[in-house]
Write a protein of this length. Structure first.
Length: 97
């Protein structure tokens, strides 16, 4: 059995914290390591996470929700990209979940 790296352990804990905060995740491609898409909707925000791989291709967006129809779609107020740990840490800690 191979132990997980410290970065992977941190990312797993952050993913658990995101789930506990209300994010709902689904696999968007087949397989146990397929990309994950997570969404959390509150009265004010729609937060979306896309985790395609541990070291790359991870993104998150925070869009403000309005009762008015906004031309061009929802107003994205924050966007972050990078590795899984950086993206998850930003969403869980800086976005005050």
């Amino acid at each position: 059995m191979i132990a997980d790296s410290q970065d992977l352990v941190v990312a797993k804990r952050l993913l658990d914290a995101a789930k506990q905060s209300g994010f709902r995740f689904e696999r968007v491609a087949p397989g146990p390591d397929g990309p994950l898409r997570g969404v959390l909707e509150t009265l004010e925000w729609r937060d979306t996470l896309y985790l395609a791989g541990f070291d790359q291709a991870c993104t998150a967006t925070r869009a403000r929700k309005y009762s008015l129809i906004v031309p061009g779609g929802p107003m994205v107020t924050e966007r972050i990209g990078g590795d899984a740990t950086t993206v998850l840490r930003t969403v869980v800690h800086r976005w005050n979940l």
